[in-house]
Design a binder for this molecule. Structure first.
Ligand SMILES: Cc1ncc(COP(=O)(O)O)c(C=O)c1O
Length: 392
């Protein structure tokens, strides 16, 4: 099949909800992917941040194969040792508590909202979220998302969400009232343009939440699993959330989401109150365990730190050369280049030259390679980007 034929089938049969670039990917290995015509690309935005170990990481692929032969799915009416082991591993690596497994970031946030409402015992239900945030596309997570453009046409939204400016502690203080039960925050607003939360702001937010018994929910769907150089982004800030949501990289490519809550909060859920048919299947749990094992065994947090610094340094050098680059920001390998010009033509030209990156908020190039990316791959990617920037 040729890419043009695939595109024709999409035009006819697939709902038109995405803006897609005109390539059809058919194979991947590490940070490289190939399209149907066998053209090679360096993938510096693998699966919206999903494929943290690059594509088809051998140890993950072999575990998937192994588990697929043994047992793919069982319902949550039964126990399965892999779900138990994964929950224990996540808790050991984060904070004491319990895990609920689902399939995506939106579902993880949905379950956090439901649990927060239970915790509020009918008296407190309001959740403070931030402008420019992104928490998912289901009706509740869309209501939590602080961007009008995603909400238009889907009103009425779910009540109980309040939006305030990011990094503004006075706005948090003003928004808190007797109905407030939780605050949800992305410590780096990914879709919102890779905007990093201020350290002093997060410390004070944490203190306020503790003082007022308000739950601090950290949405680590994009920042989690080593993306920022620590396994979870909150670990940079010296605070511990009451709840954390994970998805994207957790399954290294397979769909799995998780909501983690401190034990006293988690225990508000009783049998029958929340569920997911596919959540925490043996196949995805085995895969997530393999991802975590690889991060530890291969010392990938260190690689992420080092390669993040290296890439950020290179991007800063580009900023010195091109006056339309406004800012380089981000942590670890969650980086962005904010421009004074539109980013879309740059993404399209990079694609033509074999580099996949993303543009968000019109003018922000988002660059998030796999956390096991190599120096020579960064050099090659930066060279392509530089050549494209020269022509702007
Ligand atoms: C911070 C954050 N939260 C939630 C989501 C929603 O995740 P999903 O698309 O898996 O539902 C995303 C997706 O980009 C995200 O970046």
């Amino acid at each position: 099949m040729k890419t043009e034929e695939v595109m024709e089938l999409y035009r006819k049969y697939v709902m038109n909800t995405y803006t897609r670039l005109p390539i059809s990917l058919s194979r991947g290995k590490g940070s490289r992917v190939w399209d149907l015509e066998q053209r090679e690309y360096l993938d510096f935005f693998p699966g919206w941040g999903v494929s943290c170990l690059g594509h088809c990481y051998p140890k993950v692929t072999s575990r998937i194969k192994e588990q697929a032969k043994r047992l793919i799915h069982v319902s949550n009416n039964y126990y399965h040792h892999l779900q138990a082991r994964l929950a224990k591993k996540i808790i050991n690596l984060s904070f004491p508590g319990k895990v609920f497994f689902c399939n995506s970031g939106a579902e993880a946030n949905e379950s956090a909202f439901k649990l927060a409402r239970l915790y509020g015992e009918g008296k407190r239900f309001e959740i403070i979220a931030f402008e420019n945030s992104f928490h998912g596309r289901t009706l509740a997570t869309l209501s939590a998302t602080g961007q009008r453009k995603y909400q238009e046409g889907f009103e009425p939204l779910l009540p109980g969400f309040v939006h305030i400016p990011f990094n503004d502690i006075e706005a948090v203080k003003r928004a808190i009232n007797e109905k407030t039960v939780a605050v949800i925050i992305e410590l780096i607003q990914g879709e919102g343009g890779v905007r990093v939360a201020d350290f002093a702001f997060v410390k004070e937010l944490y203190r306020l939440c503790q003082e007022k018994k308000i739950l601090l929910i950290v949405d680590e769907v994009q920042t989690g699993m080593g993306r920022t150089g620590k396994l979870f982004c909150y670990q940079h800030y010296g605070v511990t959330p009451d709840m954390m949501t994970l998805a994207k990289s957790l399954g290294g490519g397979l769909p799995i989401g998780a909501m983690v809550a401190k034990e006293e909060i988690a225990d508000y859920f009783k049998p029958g109150m929340h569920a997911s048919t596919f959540g925490g299947s043996p196949l995805v749990c085995k895969t997530a365990l393999a991802v975590l094992e690889a991060i530890e065994r291969e010392n990938l947090l260190k690689n992420c730190y080092e390669m993040g610094d290296y890439l950020k340094g290179k991007l800063k050098m580009l900023k010195e050369k091109f006056n339309f680059i406004r800012e380089i920001r981000g942590m670890g390998l969650m980086l962005a280049m904010e421009l004074d010009i539109l980013g879309k033509p740059i993404v399209e030209e990079c694609l033509k030259r074999g580099l996949l990156i993303n543009c968000t908020q019109d003018k922000v190039l988002r660059i998030m390679p796999a956390i096991n990316v190599k120096k020579k791959e960064i050099d090659k990617a930066v060279k392509i980007l530089e050549d494209v920037l020269k022509e702007q």
